[in-house]
Design a protein. Structure first.
Length: 131
């Protein structure tokens, strides 16, 4: 089995594990734009010691390109753990991130998220260039 065979996809409106990529559909070449990636937009994902999102990775694949380029790797490290026990800790990171990017070609953004119980989940969003 290959790692890619383990990546799951679904409609984020019905499945809490699918990353949601929010950004403009069309951007200007070489102009910085905002991207927000998170989970649980329609169906909440837990954020507990026992069940949480560990990380989100974001990639850009230029149209007609051979390779994807990693935009960022975002780790979420606090899930309520503490010496008092599970879910007794003082801090819980939320599984959402904002980042900024500029591109000079159209292409596709890919987000990959890891749930500590339910594995790898992927989504994508096409980006067009204006003008």
């Amino acid at each position: 089995m290959k790692l890619g065979d383990q990546v799951q996809t679904a409609d984020w409106k019905k499945e809490k594990h699918v990353p949601v990529i929010e950004c403009p559909d069309e951007v200007k070449a070489d102009e910085v734009f905002e991207i927000e990636v998170g989970l649980g937009k329609e169906v909440a994902h837990p954020n507990t010691t026992e069940h949480h999102i560990r990380w989100i990775q974001l990639y850009f694949h230029p149209e007609d390109g051979k390779f994807s380029y990693q935009v960022g790797n975002y780790e979420f490290c606090a899930h309520g753990e503490s010496v008092e026990g599970a879910n007794e800790g003082p801090a819980y990171t939320h599984h959402s991130v904002k980042t900024y990017l500029k591109v000079n070609k159209p292409g596709t953004l890919y987000a990959l998220a890891l749930c500590n119980i339910h594995g790898l989940w992927e989504s994508s969003k096409e980006i067009k260039l204006a003008g």
